[in-house]
Write a protein that binds this ligand. Sequence first.
Ligand code: FE2
Ligand code: FE2
Length: 266
Amino acid sequence: MRILFLGDIVGRPGYDAVTHHLGDIVKDQKIDFVVANAENAADGSGLTARQFKGLIEAGVHAVTMGDHIYKKMELRSILEQDPRIVKPANYPFDSVGRPWTVLRSNVTNAAKQTVDVAVISLMGRTYMRPVDCPFAAIETVLGQIPASVKVRIVDVHAEATSDKQMLGRFLNGRVSLVIGTHTHVPTADERILSEGTAYQTDAGMSGPYDSVIGRDVQRVLQTTITFEPVHFHVATDDVRLCGATVDIDVETGKATAIKRFEYKIK
Ligand SMILES: [Fe+2]
Ligand SMILES: [Fe+2]
């Protein structure tokens, strides 16, 4: 099966690009299952309930988030009830949301059975709000997911490239894909690790690239140079959808190919 993973959807430009173009992309690239990180969809911070529904209608099967997950608390009931969105698995036990999900994909295997896909999100701990150990958290999660669920997607939402590389290596052979989010800049290190896990340090964002990680350049410069706080508007130009497409053997859960994905909006 072929998975499309989209990095952080940023603001209106990113959201509109996904909702307007995902259908064509899925058709052209023969995508079976779409996972999108949507933590920045609501004006750069959080995700609204309306946007969640819009992404699902546009063809997103599963949504991951990150440090902005609770910026729009109207999302609470969706986080509580809808299996198509997860919270970081190493967030506090009592925080709202499910630490992992398994969703049924339409793809069928050789035995003509539909394929179950597990989706998990983890947060890094370097230069970020302290959270539980992601290594311990993923061990717990992998112990809970049925062994029959071979296709497993892990979004590592982290500031440090080394955190993401460590989790990629740690999970090598145990999940199908480890892909980084949060830093909003695509990295050129996509590869299949030795035991069949596809890996990329940063998917890049789905949003405006004429920006500082999605925000208006002048506003960011102004506050950085003068220390005067200003609202960081989401930028508008050079919108691209970024991430990776990954081919996975549904019998083994091993990845057979990973390609960096970039789709420029005209
Ligand atoms: Fe983030
Ligand atoms: Fe982000």
